[in-house]
Design a binder for this molecule. Structure first.
Ligand code: AMP
Ligand code: ZN
Length: 114
């Protein structure tokens, strides 16, 4: 997936404000934040959308949620609250076709935050 933006970010070919990294995932600040906290949590494995995940990816999907949990606690928004969003395909508002979770917080969130 040489041309995939988030594959390039995960392999450090493109600079971002990285906030977390492990063997399976990376997390970095969104370049166009919709809230004071807007972090993208991205698996290193290329899955274009959540629809491309299968039973074989169940541990990875769980891991991404636990990374969100960890980051929310680390940056101090866990108690106030936050939102996790996955956009899927065109009507879901997906722009980058490499699966990612939006972690949004730092202000009260209305609907359509991402
Ligand atoms: P989505 O609409 O769910 O596909 O979200 C894609 C997100 O990626 C948007 O919130 C963009 O602002 C963000 N984004 C696009 N390019 C970059 C980049 N180079 N670094 C960080 N975030 C990016
Ligand atoms: Zn990719």
């Amino acid at each position: 997936m040489d041309t995939c933006l988030f594959c390039q970010i995960a392999s450090r070919e493109r600079p971002v404000k990285m906030v977390y990294e492990d063997e399976q995932s990376v997390a970095f600040e969104d370049i166009n934040p919709k809230a004071p906290v807007h972090i993208l949590i991205v698996p290193r494995q290329h899955l274009a959308t959540i629809l491309d995940a299968t039973q074989a990816d169940d541990r990875l999907l769980g891991h991404l949620l636990l990374v969100a949990n960890l980051i929310a606690k680390q940056i101090g928004i866990a108690e106030r609250g936050f939102r996790l969003v996955i956009n899927c395909n065109s009507e879901g508002g997906q722009a980058v076709y490499h699966l990612h979770l939006h972690l949004l917080g730092g202000r009260p969130l209305s609907w359509h935050p991402a």
